[in-house]
Each structure stands twice: as structure tokens, then as C-alpha cells.
Design a protein around this ligand. Structure first.
Ligand code: NAD
Ligand code: UDP
Length: 333
């Protein structure tokens, strides 16, 4: 049985990926400092899978805990989720973001080197693509960023390619997620950000449970189907399956590649709101306001590479995503 270290294991994507790994016969060793998640996620994972995560509560910035994990477990592969992820906050606190997201990753990569572990899956993002690229985004397109958060992803991708240049035994997949939403079918795990949500779906959910009065729609004058921003929403369980496939791939290969995880389809803000209203039976009050800094009108993924290299394709549609997000949030009011 392979031992997989999952950083950020109790977070939104880390918890769903841990479920997928456990259900497919892998041992999961998890680390999280619970900055943006709760420990009770572990019992939900256990309830769903009948298996448990070997969990270490700790910080990836603390080399001694990483070393302890590698000493106590024979780690075959690392899937690295732990990071700060709020774009707006990263503009206010750049140093915190570079420290956590870049130095934290360097700590893990150093520890992997010390223990001769060469298999790595990295949580990258569609945010690494330069906004002037044509759509759909292809993996070789020009990279850049518009926020410190985005730059942490671009920088780590560069670090990972440099490592591969220096060590041809290194094997890494940088998964560039588009917009992960939805939740596990059980309604036991999902996205429950601490504080005011930055992303669209958690905000819609807050309005649906009357935690907030209305959704601010950031601009209706974009060059899109209805003037509102278009994104490639992808179910978190599909994203988790993408990690499973990427992990199988790195275990038997060498190299460093970036791969998009998206559906290849765009959905506007108003389309997502309408779909959520339909499946939940809840009215989502909206207010049109100004554009959010740094937003662009439209982007979605080209998913050919994921299909050809990983044999991965998304399975869930927007209705599934809205329904599963709603079922999760209803159960966690
Ligand atoms: P999340 O906040 O739910 O999960 C991240 C987890 O990492 C949290 O549980 C947090 O407590 C933990 N963490 C943060 N810093 C840590 C540290 N120093 N030590 C230990 N644990 C730490 O976020 P998520 O949505 O699951 O995102 C996971 C990864 O995917 C992140 O790297 C994020 O940048 C990337 N990503 C997310 C999205 C998205 O929309 N959710 C899109 C693209 C990329
Ligand atoms: N959005 C919005 N109101 C919100 C949050 C987001 O109108 O409260 C819009 C945003 O402008 C974008 C889309 O919803 O067009 C997705 O935004 P999100 O922050 O979820 O993802 P990202 O912009 O990072 O792709």
C-alpha cells in the first residue's frame, strides 16, 4: 500500500482528495494547521470511507514536524494543497502569502529531498495564465499574475520546473484548477470558508441560508452571454479524481507537467445563480455593482491534456455542483 502525504488535508479540496485516495486503497497521512478548516472533517472522512487519515496537526512552515512525518511514515508521494488562497487578502498581506505559499512549499520540497521522495502533485491554478491569452486556455500559454496569490503559484511552478532540470528522476504534476465548487454527495464534507467568502458559490450559499442579504454581482457589462463574468466551474469530486489519476501517473513516470482541471465549459454568474435557485428552490437576491479589480470577462479550460495524459474528464455538470453545494450547506447551517 502506498503512503500519500496530503498537506491541507482537512481543507476543501484536500478532504475530498483524501476520500478518493482512501476509497482507492491508498494510505493517507495528512497535515493541516486548521487555519481554514476544522478537525471534525476527519471524522466525516472516516464515516464516508470507513478508513482514517493518519493526521498531524501542524504547520508546513515547521520543518521539524515535516521531518517527523517522513521519519514515521515511508512517504511515496506528496500532494500539496496547504496554502492561503484569498486573492484580495494577498494584496493586503503579500508577505504572509509569499511566506506561507512559497516558503511552505520550499520546506516540503527540502524535506522530500532529505528523504529521497521524488513524487509531487502541486495545487496550481488557472490564475497562472496571462489574462491576454485567447480562450480556452492551453497549458503552454503565457503565464503571469495580477496578485501576490497568483505570483505564489507562478513562482512555485517555476521552482518545480527548475528542480526537474536539476534532477531528472523528479516526477511532478502541477494541476491547474479552474473554479472548484460542489461537495461530496454525502453532504458531510464541502466548502465552508471561515469569514466572508471571496468566491461566488460560497457567497451564493450564504445568501441562500440568509446569512447575507444579497449577492453583489461584480459587473454586468462584460463581453459575455449576459454581461456577467464567465468561468469554468468544476465539481470538487472531479478535481479529487484528477488528483488520484495524477498520483497514479507520477508514481510510474518522471518529468514535470502542468495540466488543466476544468470542464471546458463556461458559465456566467447569472447562469450559476439561476441554476442554484432552480435546484435549491431558494431565491438569491442580487445587486449589480462595479467590476472587481483584476477580473476578466471570460475564461475556461482546454481539457485535452488531462484526457490524453491522465485519462481524466469531468463527470458532473452545473446542476450537480449547485445541488451538492446546497445539500452540504443546508446540513451545516
Ligand atoms: P482550503 O483553505 O479549504 O484548504 C487549504 C488547507 O491548508 C486549509 O485546511 C488550511 O488550514 C491549510 N493550511 C494553510 N496554510 C497551512 C500551513 N502553513 N500549514 C498547514 N496547513 C495549512 O483551500 P482549498 O480550496 O482546498 O485549496 C487547496 C489548494 O488549491 C490551495 O493551494 C489553493 O491555492 C489551490 N486552489 C484552490 C482553488 C479554489 O477555488 N478552491 C482554485 C485553484 C487553486
Ligand atoms: N463574483 C461575483 N460576486 C461575488 C464573487 C464573485 O459576481 O461575490 C463573480 C466574479 O466577478 C467572477 C465569478 O463570479 O466573474 C467567479 O468569481 P470567483 O471569485 O468565484 O472565481 P475567480 O474570479 O477566481 O475565477
Amino acid at each position: 500500500m502506498k503512503n500519500i502525504l496530503v498537506t491541507g488535508a482537512t481543507g476543501f479540496i484536500g478532504s475530498h482528495t483524501s476520500v478518493e485516495l482512501l476509497e482507492n486503497g491508498y494510505n493517507v497521512i495528512g497535515i493541516d494547521n486548521l487555519y481554514n478548516s476544522d478537525k471534525d472533517v476527519l471524522s466525516s472522512i472516516e464515516y464516508i470511507t470507513g478508513k482514517s487519515v493518519k493526521f498531524y496537526e501542524g504547520d508546513i512552515l515547521d520543518y521539524s514536524i515535516l521531518k517527523k512525518i517522513f521519519l514515521e511514515n515511508n512517504i511515496d508521494c506528496v500532494i500539496h494543497f496547504a496554502a492561503f488562497k484569498a486573492v484580495g487578502e494577498s494584496v493586503e498581506k503579500p508577505l504572509d502569502y509569499y511566506y506561507n505559499n512559497v516558503s511552505g512549499t520550499l520546506n516540503i520540497l527540502n524535506c522530500m529531498r532529505e528523504f529521497n521522495c521524488k513524487k509531487f502533485i502541486y495545487s496550481s491554478s488557472a490564475t497562472v495564465y496571462d489574462k491576454d491569452n485567447p480562450i480556452p486556455y492551453l497549458e503552454h500559454y503565457k503565464k503571469s499574475a495580477t496578485s501576490p496569490y497568483g505570483y505564489t503559484k507562478v513562482m512555485v511552478e517555476q521552482i518545480l520546473s527548475d528542480i526537474y532540470v536539476s534532477d531528472k528522476d523528479f516526477s511532478c504534476v502541477m494541476l491547474r484548477y479552474f473554479n472548484p465548487i460542489g461537495a461530496h454527495k454525502s453532504g458531510l464534507i464541502g466548502e465552508n470558508p471561515k469569514g466572508v467568502p471571496n468566491n461566488l458559490m460560497p457567497y451564493i450559499c450564504d445568501v441562500a441560508i440568509s446569512k447575507r442579504e444579497f449577492l453583489n454581482v461584480f459587473g454586468n457589462d462584460y463581453n459575455t452571454v449576459d454581461g456577467t463574468g464567465v468561468r469554468d466551474y468544476v465539481h470538487v469530486v472531479d478535481i479529487a479524481r484528477g488528483h488520484l489519476e495524477a498520483m497514479k501517473y507520477v508514481l510510474i513516470s518522471k518529468g514535470n507537467i502542468g495540466i488543466n482541471l476544468g470542464t471546458g465549459k463556461g458559465t456566467s454568474v447569472l447562469e450559476l445563480v439561476e441554476c442554484f435557485e432552480r435546484v435549491s428552490g431558494k431565491k438569491i437576491n442580487i445587486r449589480i455593482c462595479g467590476r472587481r479589480d483584476g477580473d476578466i470577462d471570460e475564461f475556461y479550460a482546454d481539457t485535452t491534456k488531462a484526457r490524453e495524459i491522465l485519462g481524466w474528464e469531468s463527470r458532473f455538470d452545473i446542476e450537480d455542483m449547485c445541488l451538492d453545494s446546497w445539500n452540504y450547506i443546508k446540513a451545516h447551517i
